[in-house]
Design a protein around this ligand. Structure first.
Ligand code: G6P
Length: 500
């Protein structure tokens, strides 16, 4: 956990996110609900704070709970994950009618906001019924959050500090405004924050969404709004000014609406660096090959540039046949959002492309691509990261991209490997010592991969040392601390709005 003072241990915290920090599964034999841990960085950083502050997590448990009285199970006694200490009374699950939830999650979240916010408007659908479902589910989240605030109030009657309500991501861009209205009506004190884990698009893209004013008003219900990088903050501020006519201060990143000042802050997320180092130190080797491994690890998502990546690798083999039988691309694609057509189509396209490239270049003793479509455990993942010669992190657009950061954390071998990163990921903005590769430009991408493969050891070492130092310093706990610091300084900022 972060230090005591930055834990906001006087006040408390309610985290509101589409998914709870674990998912619930029904035991096929007993029919009982069981928790299944999630290992993401957000959970690692935030769960200890919620536990320590006796806070509450509001979210969707990953299955539809039919019985409204069915209790959330306590964690398994052998559970060693960060959510193990989260008691069931600290969990407020969202129960929604399956069709409505489907229109919200598969429809509005993943078929509208996801492509639009990644600046791929041609892939986005704009369907009024999906938007209505989004509104309803956001209301439900807000309702449950107000309920959670009441629970905290009973628990902490004597405690003066208002709790922080921290709403996460594009699934819940309307919730904060309702939480604000309800808490004002009921005179419940709290500080409201929102963090977007994906890019916030420029005005020209954002304005395509037919109900964009409601989205902005929803987010502006908060006291503080966080994005990964300054560019996304400025995009958001621009949209507030142009769509809602808000007075804004670009220098100090402030927006004014209805007499309130909202602080906008860049808060680049990190990874649990030391945990990955530990995993890498202890993981058994899993790659039995003499070839240099070029590694890709992604959710199977069209924003990740996987088709471009395979084609760039194909171009490498065409242009530099000396790599034939000497290197291989290991691509791990984790199944994701499999109910959405775009994701099903991408799966097909990848299967075909892997087959075509392998068919073209495979020799009796070697195949250029090993393709895993499935989930990989943390230990195995750390071994892949540690033993890869090159990591290819080449999304077409990405809010941050934690794979780039996990890779450098696991690079404990001497000499180390090389990171290649796209400038269109938040990570590409700050990991300056990586090789930068525009995934759209196939010839250049092939050149960059070649350069990584032949890079001298001392250059690799210097680059990786810098990258690792920065990520260790700016790990996920430091992100959490920076968030809490930003919340602490809200009052001072509020008096401060300058010229527009
Ligand atoms: C992105 C989003 C997260 C989301 C994750 C997995 O990283 O920012 O909010 O949880 O993708 O997607 P899923 O749809 O499976 O939750």
């Amino acid at each position: 956990c972060v230090s005591r003072s930055s834990c906001n241990s006087k006040g408390s915290m309610i985290v509101v996110s589409n998914r709870l920090p674990f998912i619930l599964k029904r035991n096929e034999k007993t029919g009982d609900l069981e928790r299944k841990a999630s290992a993401g960085g957000l959970v690692t950083a935030v769960a200890p704070v919620v536990i320590r502050c006796h806070g509450i997590w509001v979210g969707w448990p990953g299955i539809h709970l039919e019985d409204p009285n069915e209790k959330i199970p306590e964690s398994n006694p052998n559970d060693k994950t960060p959510t193990a200490g989260l008691l069931s009374k600290q969990i407020v699950p969202i129960r929604a009618e399956p069709n409505l939830f489907d229109s919200y999650y598969n429809g509005c979240c993943n078929a509208t906001f996801w492509p639009l916010f990644h600046s791929m408007p041609d892939r986005a659908t704009f369907i009024a019924d999906h938007w209505k479902a989004y509104i309803k589910i956001n209301e439900e989240f807000a309702e449950k959050t107000v309920h959670a605030l009441h629970l905290l109030k009973q628990d902490k009657e004597k405690n003066g500090s208002p709790p922080i309500v921290w709403v996460h991501d594009y699934h819940l861009m309307l919730a904060a405004n309702w939480i604000r209205q309800r808490t004002e009506e009921e005179d419940i004190k709290c500080k409201l924050a929102f963090f977007l884990h994906i890019p916030f698009p420029p005005w020209d893209i954002f304005r395509l969404f037919p109900w964009s004013d409601e989205v902005l008003q929803g987010i502006l219900g908060c006291d503080m709004v966080g994005f990964h990088i300054t560019d996304y903050c400025l995009n958001f501020i621009d949209c507030c000014q142009r769509k809602l006519g808000c007075r804004v201060d670009r220098k100090n990143l402030l927006v004014e609406l209805g007499g309130r000042t909202i602080c906008v802050r860049p808060l680049p997320i990190g990874v649990p660096f030391d945990r990955f180092v530990h995993l890498a130190q202890n993981a058994k080797p899993v790659l039995s090959t003499n070839q240099k491994v070029i590694l890709g690890v992604d959710r199977l998502d069209y924003t990740k540039g996987l088709v471009h990546r395979l084609k760039a690798f194909e171009r490498l083999l065409e242009k530099y046949p000396e790599h034939i039988e000497k290197v291989m691309l290991l691509q791990i694609s984790v199944p994701s959002r499999t109910d959405v057509k775009e994701y099903q189509d991408l799966k097909e396209e990848m299967d075909q492309l892997v087959g075509r490239i392998n068919g073209r270049f495979t020799t009796p003793n070697w195949s250029p691509i090993r393709y895993i479509y499935g989930c990989v455990g943390q230990d195995e993942l750390a071994a892949f990261y540690r033993d890869a010669a090159v990591a290819l992190v080449t999304p077409l657009r990405d809010g941050m991209n934690l794979v780039a950061k996990e890779f450098v954390a696991c690079q404990i071998n001497n000499p180390p490997g090389v990171l290649i990163v796209s400038p269109f990921a938040g990570a590409g903005e700050m990991m300056h010592e990586a090789l930068i590769c525009n995934p759209y430009e196939l010839d250049d991408a092939a050149e960059v991969i070649h350069r990584a493969l032949i890079m001298p050891e001392d250059e690799r070492t210097v680059r990786m040392n810098h990258l690792r130092r920065r990520e260790q310093l700016n790990d996920v706990d430091s992100w959490m601390k920076n968030f809490l610091k930003a919340m602490d300084s809200l009052e001072e900022e509020a008096d401060d709005i300058g010229a527009t």
